[in-house]
Each structure stands twice: as C-alpha cells, then as structure tokens.
Design a protein. Structure first.
Length: 668
C-alpha cells in the first residue's frame, strides 16, 4: 500500500452542499479534523440547525430545491465567496451528479467523492450493468437498450416475462421505479416512472428488469483511494422497505454464510475497481430465494444508513472520505477490518401510516430525541422547526448497537418509545410495530415484509379514550387560564357538567366535563373517567387517570393541543359543535392531503368516474401521489389545474354521488 499524499488535493475548508442531518454529520467530523466548515441553506431553511452549525453560512436561493440545493452555479459561487476549497455533497440532491463533480473540478474545488467518470458510469444503470457483466458480477436479466418507445418496451417486457421492474436509468432512492405484473399496467407504470425520474434526476429514460419476487436487499460498503486500493467494510441488510424506499437497515446482514459474504464482498470490490472508484460507495445486490445474488446498482456516495457500518466497525466514514479526497491512502487494508456486534437503523419519517403513509408537514411543538447506551440519533430539528413539502420527509435516524442482534433490537425499541414528537404525524408507531414483529425478531427478512405483515403493522387512526379524556381536561384547564382562581369553572348551576366537543383528525367527539380545581370528571357514551392534572413543566405532563399515573408530553400551538404518549402523537382542538358519535362517514368532497404541486389532472368537470379512479396526481416531498375518487359518480367543482400549487386540505374536487356530500382528506 502506498503512503504518499497528493499535495494538490490539500484543503483546510469544506462546504457541505446539503441540508439537515447529513450536513450536521459532516460538520461534526470536519470540525473535529480541524477543518473550517461552510453551510448552505435555502430561504425555507433559514434558522434551521444546519444553517447555524458551520463556521460560515450562505443563503443559496428560494425554498424550491431546483433553485437552491440543486443549482450548481449557486453552490460553486457560495464555495468561492466563502473561500471553501472542497465540497462534500452529502447524499441526495447533487451527490450523484457527474456534472456537479465536474463543475467543482473546473472551479478548482476538491469534490469529496468519486470521479465524474465513475459517477456517470454507475449513475447510468444500463451502462452500469454492462460494466458489471464485463467484470463478472452477476446481473439480473432485462432490457437496457436505447429504444424507449412504448411498443419496444412492451415487446421486451413480454420477452423478459412478467412481472418486470420499470427502472429509471438515472437516480435512485425508489424514484422512477415501478413493478408491473401484467401488460395492461405497463403504460401507466412507464408514465409515472418517467415523470418521477425526469423531475428528480432530469432524465426520463427507463430500463426493464425481471422482477425478483420478495428478495433480500443486501448491500456492501466499499471504499477506494486514488492509489488504486479498494476494500469493503462489511455488508448491510436493507430489506425492510416500503414503496422501494428503505425503512429499517442493519449490519451485518443476518443469516449469511461466511462464504456468501466473502463472495459478495469480492464482487463489490471488483465493481469498484472496474470504474477506478475513489471514496465511499455502496454496491447493492438482490439475494433471491435460492441464495444467488444479482447486481442491483451502485450508489456513488455516502449512504443514509452508513451509521450502522460505523457502529460495527468503529470507523468514521466521513473522516475516511475526507482523507481519501486529500489524496491519502486508505487507513487500513482488508485484513485489518474487524466487525463488532450488530447495529439497526430506523428512519423516522414525517408521514401518516394511518393514511397510506402520506407525507406530513407542520411546525414542531415537541422534539425530544431519546438517549441511552448503544444509541445514536442523527437529526437536525428542534422545537419550532418547520417541516415542509420541499424536501425529503425523513426527519431523523435512530441507530441502536449491541453485542448481538437481539440486544440491538431491544435497544432500538426502547429508543423508539423514548422519542417524543409533536406538531406533525410521523411513523414511530409503525417503526415499533415493525421492529417488534415476530418475523423481524426472527430475522425473516425480505422486501415483501411490510406488505405481507400489513395487518399486524397497521397503526391506530384515532387516539385512545384515555388520551381523549386527558386532552379534554387540558382543553378545559387551558380555557380557564387567565380567569381568577375563585371564578375558574364557575357556573350558575354549580356541579352541573359542561359540554365539550373535541376534534382530532377527522373524528369529533362530545363529552361532558365537571371540574374541581385541576381534577376533572369526564363523561362520554362509555361512562366516566376522572383525570387529575398533576404537573405540567415545559412539555412534560403528569396526569392521573382513574388512579393510574401517566407521563406524557403536551404543548400548545395556538388553541390546538399536541399530546404525545408512547409512540403516538395527536393534535386536539375544541370545536363549537360536534356529533355525539366518533364514527367517520364516507364523504364526496376531496381535499388535498398535503401541500403539493398538481402535475396532472385526468378528468374534466362533469366526467363520470368510478371509486378508485385516479382523478389527479399531486407531487410532494419528491414523490408523486395519486388522488383517487372516493366514490362513483360525476366530477363536480373541479378546482385543481395542472401546474397549480395547493395547500393542505385545499378543496380539489367533488364527486356527485348518491350519498350526502361530506368532506374527506384524500389519500394517495
């Protein structure tokens, strides 16, 4: 192994061309190495933690990523204005853009990543498969030709055999990817994949591959330097996915034989050597039921899930990236790589599992990440931060490490239970159900896990009766604030319970509340509950419900109450009137489930639709969401037009059905 350092690559300041937790992650290591750091932020991110976490910061444009984090010219200008000598791309955005890497080099900046040629070769999935086949890495059969017309693709799909995967040639992260089980599904899959890929990567070309049903998704972490050395740092299992996006990852991949690990590692090294790879990269494989692995793609960047590898190796992969970018050799050889224990990462998303995982937005009123042995939390949020539709919905990563998989799993569950988030819906409850599922505990992992276990993973759509009672007591107490103590809860007819109506999501419930100081008697259709408000300091709330002491988190956002207990968080508001039932009725007026951009409207006003027909397509948080008709009938009051930006719960259209008109928030 060589030891010289290329002086021409020396640098002492780094701009991170990214946002959020990965920006803070890179700052942490760079600053520990004595480097000066520069942050960039959009107008929407002004005041966010990553914008304050560096030695200098530059606003690079409006909220839209295309005009800020994806604008190469603005990023290069920011580096030059602040005197940064190197650029770390993080992940997402321009991290796998050969054009960005080339622009950095042209501007005299060191790009902390592979060469533009390696990024281009691996970024084009068709080209990547050809290179892999040439160096003996097993590949999935398919079609990666230049002919992109629908007739050719239909013919090739039939030749490959159903089901097939439609894959965007550029990009990754589950975008531009669709499974097609029958010929009639192909046109819509092509349209959606091309549209998503064009918006995300600027390239709408696709390829076809034979779909391997319910495989395991195994990836190998590789590292190369400028001197021609490449090693691998173990493997990871990323099989727990939803819509082709990873949810839970772990290292090492459980249940693999030493022989299979060695073969996959050797194949990953061959892949990296074939493109003279420098820096951190990941070679992803699909492992079929017969134990054979097939090349899926190579990610030419640091992965979201890199912490599980760091916790098992004890290495800082960002430090390695910086050293390799300076021209230094790899810090160790293959024989020196040692793995200790097991690590599992869970991605916390701003999404609503009870509403088909629709992305969520909002201002955080409660944010308390967990702490504990063997635990790491990567995030970049704080109370008051606004989660918007402009960027990816991942808001944190929980990583647990232990001497064995079961210890890591139990620590992860404890961490999930200890994470309090208020102000928007999230997937903590879903993550807990996944990690506590018997199949997951037994490491019975494949990409079909979430679909197969869906009934067991379903999350509550509404709060429990106990939490409703606590919310009612809090609302009643809040209403009495500012009133003289002797007059609080006064009524002309003492002892008479007062009516109170609460709304939570689409549910409205009516109760009667009697109060005496901070003790409340609540009556509903099922009987009565006594709630005592014991203490409320900051967002920490102590209550006693029918003699049982509970610890919760509570915070007010105007007149709305965010209440968090365990993994669930709910927002309550008092309403002037409500039905005496908690049931929800099927409605015919459809509103936007999130702020977003209307990319397609498929029906005109007055058109006849069937329940489930896709009326329009809404783009939010870098993904397309199909808005369906909730009932059969005619489209009325169509308020959405292509190109329009719509807000949360903004009216989109109505379906004139036989039932009485009501309002629903669309699901996608």
């Amino acid at each position: 192994m060589h030891s010289e350092i290329r002086a021409s690559r020396a640098f002492d300041s780094v701009l991170v061309a990214n946002r959020g937790e990965i920006a803070l992650r890179v700052f942490r290591t760079a600053q520990a190495m004595g480097l000066r750091t520069v942050a960039v932020y959009s107008e929407a991110d002004a005041g966010m933690p990553h914008a304050r976490g560096a030695d200098a910061a530059v606003c690079i444009g409006p909220a839209a990523a295309a005009k800020s984090y994806l604008d190469i010219g603005r990023l290069i200008d920011a580096a030059q204005r602040t005197g940064a000598q190197a650029v770390h791309p993080g992940y997402g955005f321009l991290s796998e853009s050969a054009a960005f890497a080339r622009a950095c080099a042209d501007a005299g900046l060191v790009f902390i990543g592979p060469s533009p040629a390696a990024i281009a070769d691996m970024g084009d999935k068709a080209r990547a498969k050809q290179i892999m086949a040439g160096c003996g890495v097993p590949c999935i059969s398919g079609y990666d030709g230049a002919e992109q017309d629908e007739a050719t693709l239909a013919r090739e799909a039939a030749r490959i055999g159903w089901p097939v995967m439609v894959k965007a040639i550029a990009g990754g992260g589950g975008k531009g990817l669709r499974r097609v089980d029958a010929p009639h599904q192909l046109p819509e899959a092509l349209r959606a994949a091309r549209s998503e890929a064009l918006k995300a990567f600027g390239n709408g070309a696709v390829m076809l591959e034979k779909a391997i049903l319910n495989p395991r998704h195994i990836e190998v972490q590789v590292f190369g330097d400028s001197l021609g050395n490449v090693i691998y740092l173990g493997d990871r299992d990323c099989s727990i996915q939803r819509r082709h996006q990873k949810v839970i990852e772990e290292a090492p991949a459980p249940g693999l034989s030493d022989e299979l690990r060695a073969r996959m590692g050797a194949a990953a090294v061959r892949a990296a050597l074939a493109v003279r790879y420098e820096g951190a990269g990941t070679v992803e494989f699909m492992l079929d039921a017969q134990g054979e692995f097939h090349f899926l793609e190579m990610n030419t960047r640091l992965q979201v899930e890199h912490p599980v590898t760091e916790m098992c190796t004890g290495l800082d992969l960002v430090e390695w990236q910086i050293r390799v970018a300076r021209g230094e050799p790899l810090p160790m050889q293959q024989r020196d790589v040692m793995l200790q224990g097991h690590a599992i990462e869970a991605r916390v998303y701003a999404e609503d599992p009870a509403a088909n995982f629709l992305p969520q937005t909002g201002r955080l009123t409660i944010w308390r990440p967990p702490q504990g042995a063997g635990l790491r939390v990567d995030s970049a949020l704080a109370v008051g931060a606004q989660v918007s539709t402009h960027y990816d919905p991942m808001i944190a990563k929980l990583v647990a490490h232990g001497p064995d998989r079961e210890t890591a799993r139990l620590r992860l569950l404890r961490a999930i239970d200890g994470f309090a988030i208020g102000g928007l819906r999230h997937n903590l409850s879903f993550l807990r159900r996944c990690a506590s599922n018997p199949a997951f505990a037994a490491a019975a992992l494949d990409t079909g896990f979430i679909d197969r276990e869906a009934p067991a993973l379903a999350c509550a759509e509404y709060p429990s009766r106990t939490l409703i009672a606590v919310a009612a007591a809090m609302v009643q107490s809040h209403a009495a604030e500012g009133i003289a103590p002797e007059l609080r809860h006064w009524h002309s007819r003492p002892g008479r319970p007062q009516p109170l109506s609460l709304r939570c999501r689409a549910m409205q419930v009516r109760l009667r509340v009697g109060a005496s100081g901070q003790s409340f008697e609540l009556n509903d259709d099922e009987g009565s509950l006594r709630v005592e408000l014991l203490d409320h300091v900051g967002d920490l709330l102590s209550v006693r419900v029918d003699g049982l002491d509970l610890a919760l988190h509570a915070a007010w956002s105007g007149d709305e109450l965010d209440l968090v207990h365990g993994t669930d968080g709910w927002r309550f508001a008092e309403v002037s009137a409500a039905p005496a039932s908690t049931t929800q009725t099927q409605c015919t007026r459809v509103t936007a489930p999130m702020p977003g951009h209307v990319v397609e409207v498929r029906y005109a006003d007055g058109a006849q639709v069937q329940a489930g027909d896709v009326v329009l397509v809404l783009e939010a948080m870098k993904m397309e969401h199909q808005i369906e008709a909730p009932a059969s009938g005619r489209i009325r009051q169509l308020a959405a037009v292509t190109g329009q930006q719509v807000g949360m719960r903004q009216a989109l259209f109505e379906v004139d059905a036989e039932t009485a008109a009501h309002t629903v928030e669309a699901t996608a």
